[in-house]
Design a protein around this ligand. Structure first.
Ligand code: C5P
Length: 230
């Protein structure tokens, strides 16, 4: 299957029926899919397997953060589902990330990326923790830690992509949510970037939810995005 699109559609649904209603309109050549905490908690590994069996590249976005042994076993279980990419919280530390990477050490291993400093947290949260850094410094620090642990990349805001691309080199994956088409609603995202700008700024993959999932014609939106960024 020709999976060339950098678009990852966020399946932020609460049931299998809603999810499959969208997925049945999509094609693995047009996009990859992201399963997050809500959908996974409601529908479980069997839904992930269904998506994998339909030949989609699946990003399992469960953001593991626990002691190294527990995270390593969780990553191994995720890999057994056949997912294409999964993630951990960089705040779990380098030892935890190393253990996660080691648990995925075979040739069919999924990509492993880290969440740095959540875009929902800012300076206030850093100050409350007594961490003397700006959110940008925190993101950069955690990205370096992730790279040192051998991870393939990080989730970051598209607005952080230019600096991270420059600092982390061309092979490090930057996976960016907060993407909006020029004419789409901003929803609850504060700082949004268009697909074209995100790619130009160094993003490797774009996580896009509502502009596609809430559209009357998701395939048409996807085709437009794919042609804009090709
Ligand atoms: O619908 P929308 O395009 O805003 O969806 C964005 C997706 O990316 C959601 O699944 C959201 O949880 C995820 N995400 C985000 N911001 C982050 C990390 C993940 O919007 N910092």
């Amino acid at each position: 299957m020709n999976q060339t699109s950098p678009v990852i559609v966020a399946l932020d649904f609460s049931s299998e029926a809603e999810t499959m209603q969208l997925v049945d309109q999509l094609d693995p050549s047009l996009c990859r899919l992201k399963v997050g905490k809500e959908l996974f908690t409601r529908c479980g590994p069997s839904l992930v397997k269904q998506l994998v069996d339909k030949n989609f590249d699946v990003f399992l976005d469960l953001k593991y953060h626990d002691i190294p042994n527990t995270v390593a076993h969780a990553c191994s279980a995720a890999a057994d589902l056949g997912v294409w990419m999964l993630n951990v919280h960089a705040l779990g530390g380098e030892k935890m990330m190393l253990a996660a990477k080691q648990a995925l050490a075979d040739e069919h291993a999924p990509l492993l990326i880290a969440v740095t400093w959540l875009t929902s947290s800012g300076q206030i949260e850093l100050d409350a923790l007594g961490i003397k850094a700006t959110p940008q410094q925190m993101v950069s620090r955690l990205a370096v830690m992730s790279q040192n642990a051998g991870l393939d990349g990080v989730v970051c805001s598209a607005q952080e992509a230019p600096i991270l691309r420059q600092d982390m080199g061309s092979d490090f994956l930057l996976v960016t949510p907060g993407i909006r088409l020029a004419d789409s609603e901003q929803d609850d995202q504060c700082r949004v970037v268009t697909p074209k700008k995100a790619i130009a700024d160094g993003a490797s993959y774009l996580v896009i939810g509502r502009p596609i999932t809430q559209s009357k014609d998701p395939c048409k939106v996807l085709r437009t995005i794919n042609s804009d960024i090709s």
